[in-house]
Design a binder for this molecule. Structure first.
Ligand code: NAG
Ligand code: NAG
Ligand code: NAG
Length: 782
């Protein structure tokens, strides 16, 4: 039954047969059934349908209207979307470009990018309708149009995935049975407020959008969100004045960093208010207002207490007005129109009480209460997607908007793939030496991490002894304590969590986000970064649920063992070798007590001779006879491709120039060792960091030789010089390669190095060609 596909009629006949035998509920037996049902063919519903279709799941979408995206056929009323459609970023990385495309849904089809649907930076809502229709058609999503689900209830059944089926009834009385239900119906009920005289108020959903209808009028707008300002913007040049009332301080999205607050594109009225052009903003609780209509049909503002005092059925003129007592009362002029723009709430009416789908508290009461996994608090298998799921990150992140919930829908799909189909959360495994690269690549290109900052996070699960790691993308951060059960992955050996965050004190309606010195440039001050920047948390084990609950206010996660901020960047490009990558690598190395650098074969060879413990890169590469020898050709290639800087000639002294710098392929090990008893000093280039193979030796003292078994010893004499010296009593072994073979027997040559043979024989593996810096750069730019 579970994998039935095909036209609904076929499905119906097939289900009839098996349902009759399976279902213990006589009433339920005639229902066609699906594993996954989605309510609503808006952006969130279609996005989930896409993921289910790709995974080959048995699903259906029910849509009340005859086409997808019906909300957008009516809203926004003035038809201009405020989600940006940035068609050019100067980058070709498609994942990166999604960071600045707030309208596209996720799919494999490159034609289904919003940039092909509109050239406008703030597109027309009709283009969204057209886009959603194409999305459903091209991807052959299974949507039942003209099917309004009017009732949803539960039917207990021990055979059901979650112990119950969802029974849906449509407007024709037809029932449907679903194992998992996604509610993606958005918020559609205009938010009304009841006060004396509210019957005189027109709603955003029906008010005229023709500015000519407002010529010479005094207009009062209730609310101060985007719909209120959008309405004002439309009539600004036609009215006498517009007053706007709301309870709270105006919330500008540039100050709060929340895209749902008032966007600059809509805020023309702020200009005219502050420049004293008659329009204005007032703060009061709408419940403290009352409206009376005077004899001329004009609307006058008064207070509920005056209404109470007046006799019942008293004419409007008999009701006192505030200006009778305070003659400079701000709203003493009568209004021609009062328009309510208070947003929308979720329609709870179709859900049977047994589902326990309750409204959230306080400001979140317009959304159903759900867990951070987007599942209803009380009903397993009931998920809320899209705008209605915004209670998880209300007024924080982008979960209420297409560019955010396209990623939360994917996260929900991944959770369900594990729960019902035994497919653990996708998590490629990499050797530990790729850790810096992987994180740098993600923070530079990942869109889900960026849009859903502080809500979705990448999780790095370390393997035993930190030899490798698994990388889980875009996991809901608040469910971290339950990661193992929800994803099917193990977190026994420590983990990193990679998030993007704004500065702790940088978002709020009253914050001055333009203050001088707001940008942090110094790596030491990275933790004080204000703008969106990557933050990496390190834990020895998963935080417990208790720790998650009792985390410090304002923190997305509980106290970690260690934390690292990558300093904010004006270009949001975290690839600077010294400012971004090096501090990250050092942080990871400190946490892991390991050395994550990449080395050329020569360096590994030297380490093998001189160290007890090899860096993981040498262990994984060189010791497996893989690695790369530095040579002049590679260096030129690196420079020409722009991946490396040309450090120019390195001064060598005091011996002859032919000794061979780190790039000289003629000598498999640095030639200094050919000179018995003498030391060679390399001088650091005057500018810039040391080239890689110098740094391999130079920035960290090598382990001192523990006994006479060690032939070579590195002395870092000071920060600018690296001195290699041969140890007394050891002879000849360093005259590679010809002498190499004979010297394998020498007690000074480590067991490990002995197995390897002469360096020329090592394989070159293309993936090892690039250092972490180079690799992350190449990911970023290609
Ligand atoms: C809520 O949904 C039901 C069922 O579709 C519908 O009949 C009702 O009108 C909706 N309520 C509002 C306020 O729109
Ligand atoms: C809720 O469902 C139960 C049975 O599942 C039914 O008896 C009841 O009438 C439903 N309530 C509403 C309001 O439809
Ligand atoms: C934020 O403000 C608080 C209180 O003023 C201060 O203690 C804290 O250090 C600030 N945090 C940052 C990251 O600047």
């Amino acid at each position: 039954m579970a994998l039935l596909k095909g036209p609904p009629e076929l499905l119906l006949t097939l289900t009839l047969h098996s349902a009759l035998t399976l279902s213990p509920f006589p009433g339920a037996s005639f229902y066609p059934q699906w594993d996954y049902c989605i309510l609503g063919a808006g952006p969130a519903g279609l996005q989930m349908a896409y993921f289910l279709g790709q995974a080959g799941r048995n699903y259906v979408v029910f849509e009340r209207a005859g086409a997808p995206g019906s909300f957008f056929t009516r809203y926004p009323r003035h038809r201009k979307l405020i989600s940006i459609n940035k068609r050019y970023t100067g980058k070709v990385n498609s994942e990166f470009n999604l960071r600045h495309d707030w309208n596209s849904l996720l799919s494999h089809d490159q034609r289904l990018l919003f940039r092909h649907y509109s050239k406008a930076y703030f597109p027309h809502a009709d283009d969204m309708v057209r886009y959603l229709r194409d999305f459903a058609d091209r991807l052959s999503l299974r949507v039942h149009y003209n099917t309004a689900i009017v009732h949803v209830t539960l039917s207990k059944n021990p055979r059901a995935w979650n112990g119950h089926f969802f029974i849906l009834t449509d407007q024709r009385g037809q029932g449907y049975q679903c194992s998992v239900l996604f509610v993606a119906t958005g918020v559609s009920v205009p938010n009304e407020i009841d006060f004396p005289g509210s019957e005189y108020v027109e709603g955003y959903e029906s008010v005229s959008v023709d500015p000519e209808d407002f010529v010479g009028q005094n207009v009062l707008i209730l609310g101060r969100g985007n719909s209120a300002f959008e309405t004002a913007e439309n009539i600004l040049g036609y009215t006498n004045f517009i007053h706007m009332v709301g309870r709270s301080r105006i919330r500008l999205s540039w100050a709060t960093h929340y895209v749902g607050d008032l966007r600059a594109v809509n805020n023309g009225l702020l200009d005219t208010y502050q420049l004293k052009s008659l329009d204005g903003l007032l703060e009061t609780d709408l419940k403290d207002l009352a409206i009376v209509k005077d004899r001329k049909g004009r609307l006058r503002i008064t207070l509920p207490v005056f209404m109470d005092r007046a006799k019942e059925n008293a004419p409007a003129e008999a009701i006192s007005l505030p200006q009778d007592e305070v003659d400079n009362f701000a709203m003493r002029v009568p209004y021609d129109r009062v328009i309510r723009c208070l947003g929308f709430t979720f329609n709870f009416s179709i859900f049977n009480g047994t589902l326990g789908l309750a409204p959230g508290k306080g400001q979140k009461k317009k959304y159903p209460l759900i867990k951070a996994s987007y599942e209803a608090k009380r009903t397993r298998g009931l998920f809320v997607l899209g705008t209605a799921s915004h209670s998880v990150d209300y007024r924080k992140s982008a979960g209420g908007f297409i560019h955010g919930f396209r990623y939360t829908a994917r996260a929900v799909h991944r959770l369900l793939e594990h729960r019902h189909h035994g497919n653990p959360w996708p998590s490629p495994v990499y050797p530990i030496t790729q850790l810096t690269n992987t994180i740098i690549r993600r923070v530079n290109e990942a869109s889900g991490l960026y849009q859903m900052f502080s809500v979705l996070a990448d999780v790095v699960l370390l393997k035993k002894k930190a030899t490798g790691f698994e990388y889980l993308e875009e996991y809901p951060i608040k469910m971290l304590a339950e990661l193992e059960t929800l994803t099917g992955r193990e977190a026994q050996h420590g983990l990193f969590v990679v998030t993007m965050e704004y500065g702790k004190n940088f978002s709020g309606p009253d914050k001055d986000v333009f203050y001088y010195d707001r940008a942090v440039g110094d790596v030491e001050d990275a933790w004080q970064s204000n703008f969106l920047h990557p933050v990496i948390y390190y834990y020895h084990c998963l935080p417990t649920e208790k720790e998650m609950v009792s985390r410090a206010p304002g923190w997305p996660l509980p106290r970690p063992v260690a934390i690292h901020h990558i300093v904010e960047d004006f270009l949001t490009d975290w690839t600077a070798p010294v400012a971004h990558i090096l501090p990250l690598r050092r942080f990871l190395e400190n946490c892991l007590n390991s050395d994550l650098r990449s080395f050329y074969a020569e360096s590994c060879f030297l380490f093998a001779l001189t160290r007890q413990k090899l860096p993981p890169f040498c262990q994984h590469g060189y010791m497996n006879m893989q690695g790369l020898m530095a040579n002049e050709k590679l260096r030129r290639h690196g420079i020409e491709s722009g991946l490396m800087e040309d450090y120019g000639a390195i001064e060598e002294q005091p011996l002859d120039q032919k000794l061979g710098g780190p790039w000289d392929s003629s000598s498999p090990i640095p030639a200094c060792h050919q000179h018995e008893g003498r030391a060679l000093t390399y001088k650091r280039p005057r500018q810039g960091p040391l080239p890689k193979s110098f740094r391999a030796w130079g920035t960290q003292p090598l382990a001192q030789a523990s006994s006479c078994q060690r032939c070579a010893q590195t002395i870092v004499s000071d920060r600018t010089k690296v001195v290699w010296r041969r140890r007394k009593g050891c002879t000849r072994w360093y005259d590679a390669p010809s002498v190499w073979m004979q010297d394998l027997a020498h007690p000074c040559v480590g067991q490990r190095a002995r197995a390897l043979g002469p360096p020329q024989a090592w394989h070159h593996r293309p993936t090892s060609c690039l250092s972490p810096v180079q690799r992350s750069l190449s990911h970023h730019f290609t």
